[in-house]
Design a protein around this ligand. Sequence first.
Ligand code: NAD
Length: 502
Amino acid sequence: MTKSLPTIQHLINGQLVSGGSRSADVFNPATGQVEKQVLLADKLTVEQAIASAQAAFPAWRNTPPLKRARVMSKLKELLEQHADELCALITAEHGKVLSDAFGELQRGIENVEYASYAPELLKGEHSKNVGPAIDSWSEFQALGVTAGITPFNFPAMVPLWMWPLAVACGNTFVLKPSERDPSSTLRVAELALQAGLPPGVLNVVHGDKEAVDTLLQDPRVKAVSFVGSTPIAEYIYSEGCKHGKRVQALGGAKNHAVLMPDADIGNAVNALMGAAFGSCGERCMAIPLVVAVGDDTAEAVIAGLKTEIAKMKVGPGSDASSDMGPLVTRTHFEKVTAYVNQGVKEGATLLVDGRGVQVAGHAAGYFMGPCLFDNVKPGMTIYQEEIFGPVLGVVRVKSLQDAMDLIDAHEYGNGTCIFTRDGEAARYFTDNIQVGMVGVNVPLPVPVAYHSFGGWKRSLFGDLHAYGPDAVRFYTKRKTITQRWPSAGVREGTVFSFPSSR
Ligand code: NAD
């Protein structure tokens, strides 16, 4: 461990603290240099965070929802004021271009804004006179200590999908961000303290499997939200359920865009460029596959994509003229390169090769240029697996039904979209496709904060989607109260039959 580097600490009970004897390097992907060290929490440290959340729960649960909501309103203001600082942290550790970091932060802020509607969201349901002088209502009570485990690709937004609504609903929270780019996540948590969140309501522990397993196994943790890759999501779901927790685990993706012959090809090309190469393809809603209906459609989209790719500038995310930054780590860079090699080996046609791209002054950065394949086919590794890099493949089919059959046969079902001007085709597609989030001429159909986010098939384990109305249900338990106040002096007879409205 290099002594002179800054160390990223845990945030427990409102204090930055050490904990755990291990640490990991945090790199700047544009330079390949280690810039910081992040502590990796051991079991004891995570247990301290859980204890802090447990201690903070009774008072926070009893804090009126309007007061909890006001903390969220204040946090929204602070996030807006600190946007430059937060986005610089995101870009320095993730690599994405600054404009993209602003986009993710804004989407995160919208979740904070939604959490500030807590009094409205928690109003419950009431029925008068369900029986003679009997009223009944359902209320939504906080669970207790809840936890979140988040991926590297949205270090500000994905944590904000989780904890603001969880705490606005009266829970306390332990967050385990990605160890690859933890600084912006931690800074947001510090701003939450500044906004008035009491110590212990939100705790942040950095770490790896040891920290995650402690959260999954500790009986004080009542619910776990996870976003990351599918193998880990599946593990989190089964391990968390085994320990009696409520779990929502969002996993990986392989999103197909269907391009119909009648589509506005120019607009579709522009949309596909951002969806495939934005954030260097490191988005779970990225489009790595275009399914072109008919060879003419395929030729037209390829011609358009080649023209646009030739104009793209790859460079550091901090340079406002860059369209695409580096991949997140050297390991990931090598993995994406291996996928491109494999695509060539398996017979796909590599039309644009982004391997070996050089960025002046950044020889050690993890840069890869955009790659475009034609003739990608089901069964090929680059068709089946999530690459999570700037690699777009064109798949040629003969009909919309062929395209839909392909999508439905794929193991993932996170997002998809159709480009068309035919309302009937669009309606058939949205009605029948086996995918959780669907766009019509919208390449990244990421739901807004007042809907909920989630895929189908092996892109989500659990029943309730992330953020929005589903998350209000996820972070609360329903209690239904039935109440009768008989009039004084009225003697009620004994009834042995099951109470009913007969
Ligand atoms: P990842 O699965 O490697 O890591 C996610 C989290 O799990 C991190 O906090 C990490 O520390 C932890 N983790 C890693 N290995 C673990 C293990 N063996 N045991 C316990 N915890 C472990 O994912 P990533 O590389 O950080 O993120 C990219 C992945 O996330 C992609 O697959 C992407 O599709 C997915 N993702 C999905 C969504 C969605 O909403 N469906 C959103 C963003 C990212």
